[in-house]
Design a protein around this ligand. Structure first.
Ligand code: NAP
Length: 324
């Protein structure tokens, strides 16, 4: 049977928690490249929390970053066998005129790493912590979603910069991984029910940088431990993404009293400086100073359940789907 291009598209725009029934599987012909075009077979699909927001848009499927292999080329800039980062969404094949494709070297690093530590999540950690957090040796850095793709890199960069790194993650196993495998100084299991007490014990000198990935109650608890002139790189608010009601910050006054800088950011703002940051991440991974885990689902049909699982914390490290 001829190869098919299986896609996952939205069946409904979700309201509140996204469900598997909000997606549908579509079976299409593999497209044929025209003049100047390339056909890419996607090998890895990245699943990212921001896609939940995109599902409220009018797109037919959630666009996403993929790593793939050029299988046919009518474009002199790309040849068969080249590996590329593309923005093809949840599907097995993609067609492109090559302009937005970025070549990656599968010999320098495993291809999947370009979607995680050596890709968008790693760069998010780098720019949020280094540019906005401006860590100084001896300071205390706290990061939420610490066992995830971004958070795991944040804490390890904090250690490289001579800081005390404290993670917040859901469950004992994740916290053990964050401390034992990733080298954080401490990790708090926010699901254990002692967040304030555990946070106070893990941050005896207060908090100088809080890298925010989740929002809600955790941000309010952290606010009580912030030192004067603390910085909060506001990276994400995953606790709100499936909520129909937004959670405010009741103790905002603490940010005023402590002259805290809170800055939201989007990693694409730093595109011009990404190559330099990426070179540093590549070096740290090669030196063993940054380690990473991946959680891998197999097959495009399993992308919806893996995506929902990631939003609920089923992943350790980067959530990926292996497509081929
Ligand atoms: N600003 C940017 O440019 C940018 C770029 C990339 C990512 N982000 C943001 O960064 C954050 C992390 O993204 P990621 O790709 O690294 O995902 P991730 O951390 O690998 O996966 C999401 C994690 O969020 C945690 N989580 C889910 N609901 C939670 C809740 N109610 N309270 C606390 N933790 C919760 C879960 O871990 P637990 O088991 O620990 O709960 C889950 O594993 C997200 O908010 C994302 O939107 C922002």
């Amino acid at each position: 049977m001829a190869d098919r291009n299986i896609q996952v598209t939205l069946a409904n725009r979700p309201s509140g928690w996204v469900k598997e029934s909000d997606f549908k599987i579509v079976d299409r012909d593999v497209p044929k490249p025209g003049a100047g075009q390339v056909l890419v077979r996607n090998l890895w699909l990245s699943l990212d929390p921001y896609m939940r927001g995109r599902m409220n848009d009018v797109r037919s499927y959630a666009a996403s970053v993929t790593v793939g292999e050029v299988v046919e080329s009518n474009n002199p800039a790309l040849k068969k066998g080249d590996h590329v980062l593309g923005y093809y969404g949840w599907q097995q094949y993609g067609l492109s005129d090559g302009r937005e494709l970025q070549k990656v070297d599968g010999k320098a690093a495993p291809l999947s790493a370009y979607l995680g530590t050596l890709g968008m999540p790693g760069l998010t950690a780098w720019f949020g912590l280094i540019d906005i957090g401006a860590p100084k040796p001896g300071e205390t850095v706290v990061v939420s979603a610490a066992a995830g793709a971004v958070g795991s890199v944040v804490g390890q960069i904090a250690k490289i910069k001579g800081c005390r790194a404290v993670g917040i993650a859901g469950g004992k196993d994740k916290c053990t991984h964050v401390v034992k495998d990733l080298g954080f100084d401490a990790c708090i299991d926010y699901k254990a029910g002692n967040l304030m007490k555990d946070l106070a014990e893990a941050t005896p000198k207060g908090i100088d940088i809080y890298f925010e990935n989740v929002g809600g109650d955790i941000l309010e608890a952290v606010a009580l431990r912030l030192n004067p002139f603390a910085r909060i790189p506001l990276c994400g608010l995953i606790s709100q993404y499936n909520s129909t009601q937004m959670h405010g910050l009741n103790n905002l006054v603490l940010l005023l009293i402590n002259r805290v800088k809170l800055q939201g950011f989007i990693v694409s703002d730093y595109a011009d400086r990404a190559p330099a940051a990426l070179a540093e991440l590549v070096k740290w991974v090669a030196q063993g100073k940054i380690k990473y885990r991946e959680t891998i689902a197999n097959g495009i049909e399993n992308a919806p359940s893996a995506f929902i699982g990631m939003l609920k914390g089923a992943n350790v490290g980067k959530q990926l789907v292996k497509l081929a």
